[in-house]
Design a binder for this molecule. Sequence first.
Ligand code: MG
Ligand code: ZN
Length: 384
Amino acid sequence: MKRNRILLICLFLSITASIIGSAAYSDKTNHTVFVPQYQGKQPKNIILLIGDGMGLTQISAGLYSNNNHLNLEQFPITGLIKTNAHKRLITDSGAAATSFACGCKTYNGAIGVNKNKKPCLSILEQASQNGLATGLIASSSITHATPASFIAHVPDRADMEGIAPFFLQTKLDLLIGGGLNYFRKRRSDAINLYQQMQDAGYQMGNYTENKLSSYKPAGDRPFAWFSADEEPESVGNGRDYLPLAAELAGPFLKKRSPKGFFLMLEGSQIDWACHKNNGPYAIQEMLDFDAAIGAILKFAVADGETLVIVTADHETGGMAIKQGSEMDSLIIGFSTEQHTATMVPVFAYGPGAEQFSGIYENTEIFFKMQALFGFPTTSTDPKK
Ligand code: MG
Ligand code: ZN
């Protein structure tokens, strides 16, 4: 009896504490988009969102710096992936993105090639060959390791000039990112790939002419917009196109093929911030990526045939939210300037989402997407 009373008092105190707490910040979690009728359905479209370097601490720091909320919270399914590369426990972005793109574990620095440096057919190429529309969007150069691994096949990620011509081999319907110099200005072979894309029917745009917001691509032809000569600015220095690109991508790609589409969008600079051990930069990039996630999720909810997967290639910086932190006022620490081997989360919404719960290898992201699209299985890894 006495014990029950103590329990009641404890309960009362904790309720009081949470009420007092909620006056300071919002503590309601809203799983607004749990849709049981998706169970067992196949998606027509798949959107893969990659937060480069986005571990649980990067997500938590974004959340606690944003009145305790992120769009990520709305995803009904969560999982964890193991990020190791072929031989190295700690992956780079090239090997990790190649695992997502092709389903093979490969060496660090690889772009769309397996451990024997042989080109592997990517999910984006397979989508293109099957008549689906395709898109790549990044807040880095479009030739950078993460987006490049979905379209190019080169043994070394540093070969950005060698990566760019692959954008003419697989004709994307939508390209948004930096790296203009690798397409025209400073190519050592003086080939103007930008002009070639225009000649191939693209509506071309770039930051020197107009902001992304001034383009209204109709969907009657493919669209490419370059956001920088090389690497785009950080969001803190005025970059503002990623959420906008996310907003236009779904409706645009839907118009490009009746068969569906595959889109990869990357929040590229969470990683760069963490390499610099810069907490505020990491938080800004995390929130920018989350805004893009929100725009994609809004499209997917309205569309009803789109699977959205959000994940990371690896964690960067061994980031920690340290003692003395308060809601909306965090003390961030880092344990390294490199990547770490911790598992990273996966979030999924839409038809097929339930397949993304649990703990599995990063290569499984590829195989799950391939199966959900109904594409024939590819044997990209000599061991497979
Ligand atoms: Mg990247
Ligand atoms: Zn990195």
